[in-house]
Ligand binder design. Structure first.
Ligand code: ARG
Length: 271
């Protein structure tokens, strides 16, 4: 079965310049070119529109540089939005603006208890009858108990992260379809890898170079993968599986540890 994206929410990077904080190992405090970032983002929007995807837009608020990463804001299920609770105070200010957007667009907001933190699709991923949760840097085990209650028909599967570089799922984990997941062998502890191997029919490792090139930070719709520019070997692997690639350059966003998937909050799919 091939899922096609119908509608996404993206945040226009109006103030994406330098950072004065570091909360993941990919981040750099200097050298972001805001004009270039805006251009790269606009190009991604155009790619989505050309693929027939409706792009909803929220404007970035000054002083919240990481607000551009819309996928981290929530976990969407049907018309419901489980709002994130960011671990770092530097990102907590983003939530009210997204909450407002979701409310104004007819979504029902669900919230976690105060003491639990999680970062939307950065830390979770629905896959077949499962919900994968990346435990370690941005969410923790107690969240899983809460999620299991919220989704009684879905099996919540914990994957324990092994290094801070993999603070979010989309650095070392890329589900291509309902049979195939790409993963970085450095991302999860051996027990979690074993677990995945038993669940996933095609469990394909990414090389270190592919991982560092943010190959996993891709978006798939139908038989097309929108992926970070470069990474030719990853492109070949996708082609061998019958997928076409569209390469986009998001180098400015990588300086904050983000890429294509991070900038894309999927609101609706078409089966
Ligand atoms: N600087 C941001 C952070 O550390 C980057 C988030 C990127 N999002 C993602 N899904 N990888 O929170």
């Amino acid at each position: 079965m091939q899922s096609v994206i119908k509608r996404v929410l993206m945040c226009r990077p109006l103030y994406f310049s330098s950072f004065d904080y570091i909360i993941n190992p990919w981040m750099q405090t200097a050298s972001i070119n805001p004009k270039k970032a805006l251009k790269q983002w606009e190009n991604l929007v155009q790619v989505y529109k050309d693929l027939g995807i409706t792009v909803e837009i929220i404007n970035q608020v000054k002083g919240l540089p990481d607000m551009v990463f819309s996928t981290d804001q929530s976990l969407i299920f049907g018309n419901n939005v489980l709002l994130s609770r960011f671990r770092y105070k530097e990102r907590q200010g983003e939530t009210p603006f997204y909450a407002e957007w979701y409310k104004n667009h007819g979504f029902e907001i669900v919230q976690l208890p105060q003491e639990l933190y999680f970062e939307g699709n950065g830390t979770m991923h629905f896959w077949n009858d499962k919900l994968f949760v990346a435990i370690g840097y941005r969410t923790d085990v107690p969240v899983c108990r809460y999620l299991q209650k919220l989704f009684p028909d879905i099996e919540v599967v914990q994957l324990h992260t092994r290094a801070p570089a993999f603070y979010h799922f989309d650095i070392g984990f890329f589900p291509l379809d309902d049979q195939t997941i790409f993963f970085s062998p450095d991302a999860y502890i051996p027990e979690s890898q074993k677990l995945l191997k038993n669940i996933v029919p095609n469990f394909i490792p990414l090389t270190r170079k592919e991982t560092e090139g943010f190959s996993a930070n891709s978006i798939v719709t139908g038989k097309t993968v929108v992926r970070q520019k470069g990474n030719p070997t990853f492109g070949n692997k996708l082609a061998a599986l019958g997928y076409e690639s569209i390469e986009v350059d998001l180098s400015e966003f990588k300086k904050s540890g983000g890429g294509i998937n991070c900038l894309t909050n999927i609101l609706e799919m078409r089966e």
